[in-house]
Design a protein around this ligand. Structure first.
Ligand SMILES: [Zn+2]
Length: 614
């Protein structure tokens, strides 16, 4: 790079840095005394990490664009109608509408009116924080004002409403994000009014689904509410507003009957709704951070370990949205009985959140491995949400699988998808006291201040198609800090890491972060090369001959003609089909079989697990 070009890029980065300083100034300063536990790693502000050109950036841009152009009248319509206000504009359709024809399981129209409004608001607020786009910020402010007008003290909205906590919790998240990330001046006031209006419709404590079924109810949907996911956002509302009432509410809804057994190592997941119970682990983590009780950390750690123990090779979990009983071969059974194998945007969103919390607290790189697996094999392959609410929902791991859109418009997954894609950047890097952690290998740039020196790290990579990534340092002046790079647990002793072309001397251990401490200067380059061995992963202990072929972080799905007879040796001899191709070839007795990653699959039928004969 010539000198003037480098100087230009640096000046650009510094200008972006001052914009960040302005945008990240907080209306409520968050004193560290508010938290009982300060994790050793913190997340960057959204503006500090920019995704560069590539598939993940496209997913983010596309979601941003869809929600930026969504009709505000349509988004507000259920709230206006239920509070008796004039409600102009079109209906959104699907789950979102306010109508009286909801009749499960046949008809899910008008299932939960306005349920995902808060998530669309949250996704937009985060997208503003990433991009600084004024039109996005103004939309967030208008939506908060419009929503605020519909909140009236009697909580009319929630009268005869099937899932009040579910919708309130999402609204809560949207409003605190509008405040925190889009600097919306009235969001906290609206949040407090909305909370007081919803409270009479919430139970006295967190209720499991079994408890809800045991209580009188008008219809089955009245037993599907999710009060046990509330504490995370109540604690965040407390931290962002300073109102102790939110902390009291968070404590009131901590589901001790779930976290207690998990903390003791008992599997409390079996039979439970998968996404909401993973999401509740993030409530355990906020409880740990605010209250300091290690029981909640143990609950989250054990809970996620139990999720890992019944995950597919993609990192996805929860066939038919439920956790299975381990040790009975039920995951294998699901491959022949359901196409609803993993609730992808919601599941990946929940998975990212809990792995982000645990990574920050423990600095254990295996949580980064887990996040990466879910990223590359599930959500990266989700088809885009369309402007009419057409949404990708389930990943299908059936023996005869295809990608489809969900039956109903605007389901839950339409809400978590824009939140998750806005979170890609902040999930990729973390700040430590003496430097930076590199967690995901994605084209991106992170900008931060180290001992008052403005620093950038620019990552260039075609990972995971290629097994390399380059990190280039940008600095005003030489500065000492530590760059910790995740060395994936699936890699081998054949990895290499070099700085400015010279292999580093420290041992490179898979499954750990590698710390590179030095006095860095502008233009220094870290080059990573990971060995990505092929391996076979069995669906479960009871079915060891039913295997997925996995290369490094990437599960490979068979497409086209799949021969009846395949051997382990044949799968493990897979070779890349052509340079710059995502496809892999396996030679079998009946000719070549093609395999490809989830993100490269379009409308063709595919299969994740193949039974091997030898
Ligand atoms: Zn969903």
């Amino acid at each position: 790079m010539n000198r003037s070009r480098r100087q230009f890029m640096q000046t650009g980065a510094l200008a972006a840095g001052s914009a960040i300083a302005l945008r990240s100034r907080r209306a409520w300063s968050l004193a560290s005394t508010d938290l009982a536990v300060t994790p050793p790693l913190s997340v960057f502000d959204y503006a500090q990490v920019q995704l560069l050109e590539g598939h993940l950036r496209e997913q983010f841009d596309r979601n941003h664009d869809v929600f930026l152009h969504l009709s505000e009248d349509a988004m507000l319509k259920p709230f206006r109608e239920r509070s008796g206000m004039p409600a102009p504009g079109p209906d959104m359709g699907g789950w979102y509408d306010n109508a009286d024809d909801f009749n499960p399981p046949e008809n899910f129209h008008a299932f939960i009116p306005g349920h995902s409004f808060g998530q669309y608001l949250s996704g937009l607020a985060r997208a503003y924080a990433v991009t600084g786009d004024k039109a996005t910020q103004e939309k967030v402010h208008r939506l908060v004002r419009g929503f605020g007008e519909t909140v009236e003290p009697s909580g009319k909205f929630y009268v005869d409403y099937h899932l009040p906590a579910y919708t309130y919790d999402k609204t809560s998240c949207g409003l605190i994000d509008a405040h925190e990330f889009a600097k919306c001046p009235d969001a906290l006031d609206v949040h407090w009014r909305a909370t007081k209006a919803a409270l009479p419709f919430l139970p006295e404590k967190a209720l499991s689904r079994a408890e809800q079924r045991a209580r009188p109810h008008k219809m089955v949907a009245d037993t599907w509410d999710e009060t046990y996911t509330l504490p995370e956002n109540f604690f965040l509302a407390y931290l962002r507003s300073g109102k102790s009432e939110y902390s009291d509410l968070a404590k009131r809804f901590i589901e001790e009957d779930y976290f207690g057994p998990l903390a003791e190592g008992h599997n409390a997941l079996v039979g439970e709704h998968a996404y909401s119970h993973v999401n509740a682990l993030s409530s355990a983590m906020q409880s740990y951070l605010v209250l300091g009780d290690e029981k909640y950390l143990r609950a989250a750690t054990n809970g996620l370990r139990m999720v890992h123990e019944q995950s597919y090779a993609t990192g996805g979990w929860g066939p038919n949205e439920a956790f299975v009983e381990p040790g009975r071969g039920l995951l294998d059974e699901s491959l022949g009985t359901t196409h609803a194998s993993f609730e992808t945007p919601c599941g990946a969103y929940g998975h990212f959140k809990i792995t982000r919390y645990l990574l920050r607290v423990t600095r254990d790189s295996r949580y980064g491995d887990s996040m990466e697996r879910v990223l590359l094999n599930t959500i990266a392959g989700a088809t885009p949400t369309l402007a009419d609410g057409t949404t990708f929902y389930y990943s299908d791991y059936n023996r005869e699988a295809v990608k489809v859109h969900y039956r109903d418009k605007w389901p839950c997954c339409s809400g978590t998808f824009p939140q998750l894609t806005a979170d890609y950047g902040i999930s990729s890097y973390y700040k430590s006291a003496d430097g930076i952690y590199v967690n995901l290998f994605v084209p991106s740039r992170v900008l931060w201040s180290q001992n008052s020196t403005q620093c950038t790290l620019t990552q260039t990579t075609a990972y995971p198609r290629e097994n390399t990534s380059t990190l280039q340092v940008g600095l005003q002046r030489p500065e000492s800090f530590t760059v910790c790079v995740r060395i994936p647990g699936w890699s081998s002793s054949k990895n290499s890491v070099s700085v400015n072309g010279k292999a580093i001397e420290a041992a490179i251990e898979p499954g750990k972060f590698l710390a590179i401490q030095r006095s860095w200067k502008d233009g220094d380059r870290i080059e990573l090369e990971f060995d990505m061995p092929l391996r076979l992963e069995a669906i479960d202990e009871q079915n060891k001959d039913n295997v997925a072929l996995v290369r490094g972080p990437l599960a490979l799905f068979a497409v086209g003609n799949i021969p009846k007879r395949i051997t382990r040796a044949q799968l493990l001899a897979a070779r890349v089909a052509a340079s710059s191709s995502d496809d892999w070839k396996v030679d079998t007795d009946k000719g070549a079989m093609t395999l490809r990653p989830f993100a490269a699959i379009m409308s063709e039928q595919y299969r994740l697990y193949n039974r091997v004969n030898a």
